[in-house]
Design a protein around this ligand. Structure first.
Ligand code: GLC
Length: 255
């Protein structure tokens, strides 16, 4: 991974990335809270919807971020103002026919819908256990043959999200960087599964794939210079942040 410019924004997935190993959550929180006002902007970029993301942050004991991106890059909330930034979502209706997408997907054998709480107007979410690359291609062809535009995002060898073409975690990150005047080369992204790959593929960003990252993510980002941490979850994020000098000293957790 390039050392590059000073990091001004840390954009991290939640589940399996900063959340998943309680001891390292405590360490992450302690280090983050100790950084003071000079710390980078913190953004959590998750597949969960916004309220659900806030709940797991609270319950898991993670630091509050400056921004939440929820629903796999379909909604953005600025924490300081408590506002959902609807300017971001305005473009998502373009060429998005959710009901027709739903109809095509539900015709596939082995695909079952996720709970209603995981669904919203720009996110159609399903379970599809161990789908192969060929299965995903079949689904993409069926959508294309029906004249539909939809992004097919597959994560954890189980979760299938269908989204408008303009929505994904990477596009939401780019939008916020532009709004804040932060260069993409001042950003570090952290993740563990397939829906994180769009963040790693944003040109110029540096990436940290945690030690427990799924093969689907590692394959998708193979051409990048992302760091693949030895340590898992938040400890893996901290390992990468130390390499980038975001954190200066190795932290001794029982000191
Ligand atoms: C989260 C969401 C789920 C989605 C998955 C992958 O688990 O709750 O709806 O499918 O992320 O993006």
């Amino acid at each position: 991974m390039r050392r590059g410019k000073k990091v001004r924004l840390v954009c991290s997935d939640i589940d399996g990335t900063v959340l998943g190993e309680p001891d390292s959550v405590v360490e992450f929180r302690k280090i983050w809270d100790g950084m003071g006002s000079e710390r980078p902007v913190l953004m959590y970029n998750t597949g969960r919807l916004l309220e659900d993301a806030k709940r797991v942050i609270r319950e898991g004991g993670l630091p509050m971020p400056d921004y939440f991106v929820g629903g796999v890059g379909t909604m953005v909330e600025e924490v300081a103002s408590g506002e959902v930034l609807t300017e971001y979502s305005q473009v998502l209706d373009q060429n998005w026919e959710r009901a027709r997408v739903h109809e095509i997907v539900s015709g596939f054998e082995g695909i079952t819908p996720q709970a209603d709480e995981q669904q919203h107007e720009w996110k159609s979410s399903w379970f599809w256990q161990e789908a192969s690359a060929a299965d995903l291609e079949r689904l993409k062809s069926s959508l294309a043959n029906a004249g539909l535009e939809a992004q097919v995002i597959y994560s954890s060898a189980r979760d299938l999200d269908l989204l408008p073409m303009t929505a994904n975690k990477g596009n939401a990150l780019r939008w916020i960087c532009e709004r804040l005047g932060i260069g993409l080369d001042e950003v570090v992204v952290c993740g563990d599964t397939g829906n994180d790959s769009s963040m790693f593929l944003v040109p110029g960003v540096r990436g940290i794939a945690v030690g427990n990252a799924e093969a689907e993510l590692l394959e998708a980002i193979a051409g990048t210079d992302a760091h693949h941490s030895k340590r898992i979850c938040a400890a893996g994020v901290l390992e990468g942040l130390r390499l980038l000098d975001v954190i200066e000293e190795p932290h001794i957790s029982d000191s």
